[in-house]
Design a protein around this ligand. Structure first.
Ligand code: AP5
Length: 214
């Protein structure tokens, strides 16, 4: 299974990718996580991408494409979260996959209105220990759990200013990719305003997965 997850910030791409990965065994490839890991490492590349990340701007295409590529032939089955985000990246992805002889099975677009997304992102908490995504109200972090001891932190780019900038870029550059994949018969749109579990089940059904590994 080779699946692209599209959707605005806060629609639940990371949340769903983590759940689908646990249920199907597919590898979760998040370019946002790749960027944050690089920043945490303090490398020159990390310092270069940090300013884009913190402002909520896209990292330049040539940089993010080179960061994403090594992960694509690393697993038989993957869920690509946060990449591609514009037509240039989509074409670079097509070229890279052609070279590897890999075909995309589906592009899943999670859809929700902007105002809901700002509220969701303000309540997002991420486990420092495991990277798992929670929400203070909709999916609260566990208390005193050995499996995920936390701490549960807010992302630096989850300020209202950065969120609004990310959503503006999404509508201008990323949303048109829905047509790009629809024209190839690969697009599935999913109403992401429903509960996290309902969204997961709809995607598993559409992919024909039983989710038996849960
Ligand atoms: P990235 O990490 O991808 O951040 P983002 O684009 O801002 O997307 P989010 O992580 O905010 O959205 P999500 O849909 O994953 O939301 P989540 O599941 O957490 O990228 C970060 C930065 O890296 C970018 O700004 C850029 O600088 C750089 N970058 C990355 N990829 C790049 C690329 N291709 N090109 C250039 N630069 C790139 O959910 C949010 C919250 O909502 C959570 O709290 C969750 O619990 C809650 N929630 C989820 N679903 C539901 C639901 N159904 N009901 C209620 N609450 C829900």
């Amino acid at each position: 299974m080779k699946v692209i997850l599209l959707g605005p910030q806060g629609a639940g791409k990371g949340t769903q990718a983590q759940r689908l990965s646990a249920r199907t065994g597919a590898k979760h490839i998040s370019t946002g996580d790749i960027v944050r890991t690089e920043i945490k490492s303090g490398s020159d590349l990390g310092q270069k991408v940090q300013e884009y990340n913190d402002r909520g701007d896209l990292v330049p295409d040539e940089v993010i494409v080179e960061m994403a590529k090594p992960h694509l032939d690393d697993a038989d089955s993957w869920l690509l979260d946060g990449f591609p985000r514009n037509e240039a990246q989509a074409k670079a992805l097509d070229d890279a996959l052609n070279d590897l002889g890999i075909e995309i099975d589906k592009a899943i677009a999670l859809e929700a209105p902007d105002d809901d997304l700002v509220t969701r992102l303000s309540g997002r908490r991420t486990s420092d220990a495991t990277g798992k995504v929670y929400h203070v109200e909709h999916d609260p972090p566990p208390e005193g759990s050995d499996e995920d001891p936390g701490p549960f932190v807010q992302r630096k780019d989850d300020t209202e200013e950065s969120i609004r900038n990310r959503l503006k870029i999404y509508h201008e550059q990323t949303e048109p990719l829905k047509d790009y994949y629809d024209e190839r018969g690969l697009l599935l749109t999913v109403d992401a305003t429903r509960s996290i579990d309902e969204v997961t089940e709809e995607i598993l059904d559409a992919l024909g997965e039983t989710g038996g590994r849960a």
